[in-house]
Design a protein around this ligand. Structure first.
Ligand code: ADP
Ligand code: MG
Length: 251
């Protein structure tokens, strides 16, 4: 197996508090890896360090053998580290088709001519069609994002991330805040992501985690606490103890 993404002794301090504490995480190419842990464990902080939203206090982030620790976010996206956010960040006045056309045009280097491209560029139209179908958005492709059901918006977020042609896709709680009845569709989409894309998923819903992941990494108090396949993690008494008494972990 080839390692695609790796952190070495990564530390992020906020004042005296270490939100990320000496994390050495390995993600293999094509991985279906979940990052779990109680609220405040440092999951989102770790994603922020991987994507360049935050700079670590020390340690490094390696992508395909290249040290990207100090690279700005947009350069990491260009190298293929793409995330979705926990909070919706879509343009509410656009439609799903327009939103995707924007990203796809950008990827193809024709972002100056988006609206024109949407109507005339066959490559843009075709890629948008594919994405709209893959993410179950074809039925709402011409509705304003602000009018979409919340679950559909999340689907569009993941579609937008995939439109950036990621090598590594980071999903931060894709069903957080999504009504129960809209979750299954997102689960299905996450489970059907292209095999060649490496996926690191932060999730609290254990059904989703255990259906999706082959590898599970558990963070507690900023540090890697346990790691293994789904079977061993779901049976690990230490992991159970961490989650016990928490109710449904959230955050
Ligand atoms: P998780 O995503 O696992 O719920 P976070 O990574 O969001 O956890 O947060 C980990 C810890 O770091 C929390 O205690 C949180 O309050 C703290 N933290 C996160 N971001 C900041 C920040 N910008 N400044 C200070 N503390 C922060
Ligand atoms: Mg979080």
């Amino acid at each position: 197996m080839t390692v695609v993404l790796e952190t070495r002794n990564l530390i992020k301090r906020f004042g005296a508090f270490a939100a990320t504490n000496k994390v050495s995480l390995v993600v293999e190419r094509g991985a279906r890896q979940a990052l779990i842990g109680p609220n405040g464990a440092g999951k989102t902080t770790l994603i922020n360090l991987l994507t360049g939203v935050l700079e670590p206090s020390s340690g490094s982030v390696i992508l395909d053998g290249e040290d990207i620790t100090r690279l700005p976010s947009h350069q990491r996206v260009r190298r293929g580290i793409v995330r979705t956010f926990q909070i919706n960040q879509l343009f509410s006045e656009l439609t799903p088709l327009q939103s995707l056309a924007l990203t796809v045009s950008n990827q193809l280097g024709i972002s100056g001519r988006i609206w024109q491209a949407l109507g005339r560029d066959e490559r843009v139209a075709q890629r948008c069609d594919e994405l709209l179908r893959q993410f179950h958005l074809d039925d709402v492709q011409d509705q304003k994002v602000s009018l979409l059901a919340y679950g559909k918006r999340r689907q569009l977020e993941i579609a937008t991330a995939l439109a950036c042609n990621p090598r590594v896709l980071l999903l931060d709680e894709p069903v957080a805040g999504v009504p129960e009845g809209e979750r299954q569709e997102i689960f299905d989409i996450v489970n059907a992501l292209p095999a060649e894309v490496t996926v690191l998923l932060i999730e609290h819903d254990m059904d989703l985690v255990f259906n999706f992941a082959r590898t599970v990494s558990v963070l507690v108090n900023g540090a890697l606490f346990a790691e293994g396949d789904v079977q061993s993690i779901s049976n690990d008494p230490r992991v159970k103890a961490v989650y016990l008494g928490e109710g449904t972990p959230h955050g």
